[in-house]
Design a protein around this ligand. Structure first.
Ligand SMILES: [Zn+2]
Length: 126
């Protein structure tokens, strides 16, 4: 579902809230992957059998990979939500998030919106 479809269906505030929740869920995943990485470091023993060392190393690598992915998704979702939110204020009357979606283009990433208070139209880039 594109940003435009989501905003059209649920409104800007719900879309923004959903993006923030999703981004922070990725932050939770990042913390959990760090716990996994620290647990792997704690479990690692130099004198352990090679298979155990390899298994612990694999767990550490998986935790690090998941953590990096979660960090990238967290930042991407948060930055995108903030980027759109900074454009959600009417340039004419400064009403925040009080607009209607009029049209969309570029795959739903560029929205034409109209202020519900003063009727001014502008674009929001996603
Ligand atoms: Zn306005």
């Amino acid at each position: 579902m594109t940003m435009a479809q989501m905003i059209r269906q649920h409104g800007f505030r719900k879309w923004y809230e959903r993006e923030l929740v999703l981004s922070h869920l990725h932050l939770v995943l990042l913390v959990l992957s760090l716990v996994g990485l620290l647990g792997s470091a704690e479990a690692y023993e130099r004198g352990a059998p090679l298979l155990v060392q390899a298994w612990v190393g694999l767990c550490a690598a998986a935790s690090a990979a998941i953590g990096l992915w979660a960090l990238r998704r967290y930042l991407a979702l948060l930055m995108h939500a903030e980027h759109v939110a900074h454009q959600a204020q009417c340039p004419a009357c400064h009403a925040y998030a009080r607009w209607s979606l009029i049209d969309e283009d570029q795959g739903g990433q560029r929205l034409q919106v109209q202020c519900q208070r003063c009727g001014h139209r502008w674009h929001i880039d996603g």
